[in-house]
Design a protein around this ligand. Sequence first.
Ligand code: BGC
Length: 757
Amino acid sequence: MGLALSLALALSRPSDAGAQAPPPPSDATVDARVDALLAQMNPEEKAGQLSQYFYFVQSPPMAAAIEQQMKAGRVGAVLFTTDPRQVNRAQRIAIEQSRLKIPLLFGFDVVHGFRTIFPAPIGMAASWDPALVERSQAIAAREARAAGMHWAFGPMVDITLDPRWGRVFEGAGEDPFLGSAMAAAQVRGFQGPYIGAPDHIIAGPKHFAGYGAALGGRDYDEAEISDQQLHNLYLPPFKAAVEAGAGNIMAAYMALNGVPAAANRWLLTDVLRKEWGFKGWVVSDAGGVASLVTHGVARDGAEAALKALGAGTNMEMIPPGQAATMPAVAAAVAEGKLPAAQLDAAVRPILAAKFRLGLFEQPYVDEARAEAVMNDPAHRVAARVAAERSAVLLRNEGAVLPLDRTRLRSLAVIGPLADSARDIMGSWVFDLNHPQARSVLAGIRAKLGPGVRVDHAEGVRIPPRLHPSPMAALERNKPAPPPLDETAGIARAVELARQADAAVLVLGETQEMSGEMASRATFDLPGRQRELLDAVTATGKPVIVVLMTVRPLTIHDSKAPAILDVWYPGSEGGEAVANLLFGDATPGGKLPYTWVRSAAQLPMTYARLPSHDPARADQRYQEASNAPAWPFGFGLSYTTFAYSRLTVLTPKVRPGEPVSVTVDLTNTGSRPGEEVAQLYLHQRLGEASRPVRQLKGFQRVALKPGETRTLRFTITPADLRYWNAARRDWVAEASPFDLWIGGSSAAELGGSFAVAP
Ligand code: BGC
């Protein structure tokens, strides 16, 4: 089946649920139903709706305790139950054994797929293809909904300038313009046209706000963010997600400028609800309400609950073994310490979500259909295409890539990640059933068939973490590998490379080295991988490094002629990487962050301010350049592109008018390929110093060899606004502006325009 056809089928196929789905109810209908239900509820039941429990059926005593609460009507939502049979069982308890029969909401970390695993979100961002991202999350939603999920704890839209932070995995990198496009696309993909649309789930953008600015990249540590950075850098993707209709928001763990997010009234009420008009519900991060005590802003759980509620948190996510704090809210109402209306206001959007999802009419899932949906082959095709489109080619000296399959007789596939079907999926994948996941080695073998000799050596092993991952307990199916003599392993890898026509080294970080509580202090290839790489490169054979990581690992100083970053490409990554290596797919992704030379350069952004001494901006350290290894937006193709004839159609505009620019893009090579044309702006004059460049437009374009296309960019008045720390407000200033269009943030072809009254 052709790609276009299978994707179209995957997305258009009406589901059984879809076929029966009534049209979405009006706001007035939902409000009336919420009011009627609230009128029957006692304060304990209302507080119950504000409680979301981790519900691990694998742990019977814990599950039994939560089931007691369900029967008492004191559970609004659960998380981490993903098996449709268990979902139905729990839902039956809530509905058949509780007084008011209110269905449960099932939430889960649908981060980059459910059964079918798509590339790491940072890789999806590297596709610079919002339509692809939207389709991918729509597929993830379709699988999740079929299994009984109603709500994704995602997208994660936290900007970070510091990829030491392990959660760089889940975001879109350093840029607010790209980040906003990815945030909105994911919300649309998860939710579809409206909340409650068949085959879709509610999106919960997280972690509001500033989590990516954790000091030193150390997960959970505080974020100290200036006003101008908050408004111009960290908040825009959240705003974009809210504007796209996100039904939920998750408050962050950390303290933002000293005030913990879950108790931050300015964030959760003033900005989110009053300024942006958010109508959904806010959930705390896991334990984020109780941890107001740890933060030192609440004496005990009861005070924490009241503070969180008062700030604008609706629901508490309760970690395994912890007691709920929200019952304190019911007690406060009973004692007259909290107006009943405030509790009702907190419950309302949660009940509204349940009505919109149609849970009162159809709370259960069809278990057989769930399995069929999750095994839909079109989903796998889509995940494979996503993996191909997210790859970034960092180096390709002497056009080593693509490898010519017709000439190749033998290939050495080397490295600790070459044959891992687990690492290829990345983190935020639990031991659900992912039988289809294939390693890079398996993908290469399947592609080449018996005619080409493919030898494999692990070479070295990636050492375990000093502090184990909190997710390790969920990796129940992981067998312990036999011991490996790494010195002999390197010698064997060198020997295989010598005997082969070319060597592919799959290097990087294991999946548990990124994600939550997975920060790193250095970007060295962990363990003895660099030694392995240098030894194999020294054979003089064509060496291709396939990097599996979400960090800018220090590799620019290696002599390997080709470096292809595939992030964690997902369950179909084996096939995708093989397609890329042999030219059945062409890399077209671009870096969503600056690729630093070492972690010592962090935090880093291409969008820095001009500074006192711009000429020596790359000489800020005495012992080494602080220029990046590869700039933001960079990525090569198997073909080449040229930009020409940049024309500013509106060289002079008044404030509030759009600016139009055209540029010609030509495929100057001999293969078809895709280029991401990027537009950067610089405001020359203003009351505040403005970044040397800021991304304000991009288009991913496919061109045949020799083809030229004229691209048109429109810069909107909103693109010219910024939050000004001198005025403490948004401003749009009259100024000359410089602009550049090209294939990275180092684009040279430029022009200018002026905004003048
Ligand atoms: C993470 C969230 C996640 C939640 C539930 C927390 O520890 O910070 O991102 O959604 O756990 O898994």
